[in-house]
Design a protein around this ligand. Structure first.
Ligand code: DAH
Length: 346
């Protein structure tokens, strides 16, 4: 008897699976539901009633088989119902192919990010690594280790944001302390650039902002001399501003480089031909960045022997090189987030 019952249940399973797969409409669904689950005449009810007649030792096996059918029927019906609902939703979605397409607004990089990325790409192509420092920096790394004398004017509270209650810390005034952090952790040869935010107590105007951005560069190895610095910067300038732009170095002073220089580029506006040129003020040259050979004291402050190693460093303002490249007349436009400005770049 039990075998007969199990066989019938198996058959019912096969038939159910076939029928439930063919459900196409609500009517089909109602019919199959009725056929299998109706309290009075449903196939499941029929099997449950027959359980009464099964001899006690076979009852658990038979009960189990009926239960399996029940679960199969429930799951199958649920799936069929979900399929019908989805079908209905698709049919109800009206597509009007004459409507204009929805235009997804595509973002673009801010001018400052685009310039930073361009500078990074040029130096990465020369084998430099991008290193990062901290915006809140030790006064020691920002000034002392970089060979700033104790009474250098930029250490004054008038010029630098110090951190209240943390006298050893300040908001870095330049990206040069990344040189220190990197040299303290890596031994030469090293070759990095480091872009980032810097802070100075300046009132905002067309060419000043209390927060702006710089890119620092540092290379240290054996036998590095000034011509390496010159060649590297010339390569950068031509890649960044164009092959027709020339560079010149002018002696200058920074505490952390010796000798130090400033790099000027030939004026791309007037090529030195317009005495009234606003970009170069008639000089034919535009000041771009500071640079020099890393001071031996800075190397030894970082446990690098200046008798064995030498290096060069440079630092430039991202806003400044961006303003010059795109003739942006007021630095503040770069922070206003006016889309009419921002959408012209990137
Ligand atoms: N840190 C300097 C500044 O903020 C820029 C600079 C000059 C960086 C010369 C250098 C350098 O690495 O060698 O004005």
């Amino acid at each position: 008897m039990i075998n007969e019952l199990k066989k019938e249940i198996d058959q019912a399973k096969t038939t159910f699976l076939k029928e439930v797969g063919e459900v196409q409409s609500q009517e089909d669904f109602r019919n199959i539901k009725e056929k299998y689950t109706s309290r009075k005449k449903g196939i499941l009810t029929g099997f449950l009633q027959r359980l009464k007649d099964v001899p006690p030792p076979d009852k658990p096996t038979a009960g189990n088989a009926v239960n399996q059918l029940k679960v199969l029927v429930e799951t199958g019906l649920n799936e069929a119902e979900a399929r019908l609902t989805a079908l209905k939703a698709t049919k109800e979605t009206h597509v009007d192919p004459t409507l204009p397409p929805f235009v997804y607004p595509v973002g673009r990089a801010h001018l400052l990010s685009a310039i930073r990325k361009r500078a990074e790409d040029i130096f990465i192509s020369m084998g430099y690594e991008v290193a990062h420092g901290y915006e809140v920096e030790l006064e020691d790394y920002n000034f002392t280790t970089l060979n700033f004398p104790e009474y250098h004017p930029s250490r004054d509270e008038q010029d630098t944001f110090f951190i209240k209650d943390f006298p050893d810390y300040l908001l870095r005034t330049h990206t040069s302390p990344v040189q220190i952090r990197y040299m303290k952790q890596h031994k030469p040869p090293l070759k990095i650039i480091s872009p980032g935010k810097v802070f100075r107590k300046d009132d905002p105007d067309a060419t000043h902002s209390p927060v702006f951005h710089q890119v620092e560069g540092l290379l240290v190895d054996k036998n590095i001399h000034f011509s390496h610095l010159k060649g590297t910067l010339e390569l950068f300038i031509k890649a960044f501003y164009g092959e027709n732009i020339n560079a010149r170095l002018r002696p200058s002073y920074f505490p952390f480089t010796e000798p130090s220089a400033e790099l000027d580029i030939s004026c791309f506006m007037c090529f030195g031909k317009n005495p009234l040129c606003k970009v170069c003020k008639g000089t034919g040259w535009i000041e771009i960045l500071g640079c020099g050979m890393v001071h031996p004291k800075v190397l030894s402050n970082c446990d690098i022997d200046p008798e064995i190693y030498s290096g060069f460093a440079f630092g430039m303002g991202i806003e400044r090189i961006a303003m010059l490249k795109y003739e942006v007349s007021d630095m503040r436009m770069m922070y206003d987030n006016d889309l009419r400005f921002n959408c012209q770049f990137g």
